[in-house]
Ligand binder design. Structure first.
Ligand SMILES: Nc1nc2c(c(=O)[nH]1)N[C@H]1C(S)=C(S)[C@@H](COP(=O)(O)O)O[C@H]1N2
Ligand SMILES: [Mo]
Length: 226
């Protein structure tokens, strides 16, 4: 299922491709922009160009794979000393963590105070031991989605492989049984239904990055598009 062809383009997918080519939503107030004289009050919680929502929108390519805990596996390979395949029991045997963070989606919604439970990415990396040459990761979902991320961002505090939200199991529409959450980057980097992590010695683009989106995706610097 991991390597299935991507679903046919949805209307939202086409809109997002157009937004990248038009550089829609860019305010120029980001850390990388021309913000002289408009210093934001500290501490600012909402990144530039974002608005707050109370609900939790669902965004994906239009296919939500039905992966039970029994069938779910996570393969971690590439430039690591100890490649491995985790099943649900092995995943739950890793150190379990909790964290609270905000979601920032590149389509401009942000959702505050999400309580996550799962495995800290640092604890996973400790288990597989990336080699010295490792610099980036490619994340794969059971729907065929891919997204790239620098190793340092994946390893950052607050980044987690999540199986619970607000004290309940992560639902299928939000990427259950297990998804990535990297709260300091735009949410498209947080792969749902995660199936595979390839540790690489160089960066390469995933699905949205091929379609005009940024290789890193820092919301504070408005790294929306390439
Ligand atoms: N496997 C997979 N992960 C994915 C996506 C996807 O299409 N497939 N979409 C990304 C995008 S663009 C966003 S904004 C978030 C949305 O997560 P949510 O539906 O839980 O809000 O998931 C990201 N992770
Ligand atoms: Mo997104």
């Amino acid at each position: 299922m991991d390597d299935d062809a991507l679903p046919p383009e949805s209307k939202l997918t086409r809109s997002k491709q157009r937004w990248a080519s038009e550089h829609k939503f860019i305010t120029g107030e980001g850390a990388g922009g021309d913000a002289v004289g408009s210093a934001r009050p500290e501490p600012e919680r909402l990144p530039p160009g974002q608005h707050r929502v109370e609900n939790w929108p669902v965004l994906d390519l239009g296919r939500q794979p039905d992966v039970t805990r029994e069938r779910w596996r996570l393969k971690v390979g590439g430039m690591v000393e100890r490649p491995l395949t985790l099943d649900w029991a092995a995943f739950m045997a890793l150190p379990q963590s909790r964290s609270r963070s905000d979601i920032h989606c590149v389509t401009t919604w942000s959702r505050y105070d999400n309580d996550w439970s799962g495995v800290a990415t640092g604890d996973l990396l400790e288990t597989v031991q990336p080699r010295a040459e490792a610099s980036h990761l490619m994340l794969h979902g059971y729907d065929g989605y891919t997204t790239n991320i620098p190793l340092a961002d994946f390893a950052a505090p607050g980044a987690m492989l999540v199986h619970g939200w607000q004290g309940k199991p992560l639902t299928r529409d939000h990427g259950g049984p297990v998804r990535l959450v990297v709260p300091h980057l735009y949410f498209w980097k947080s792969a749902k239904w995660i199936s595979r992590i390839d540790v690489l010695g160089a960066d390469k683009p995933g699905f949205w990055e091929v379609n005009g989106y940024h290789m890193r995706g820092d919301p504070w610097a408005e790294e929306r598009y390439s």
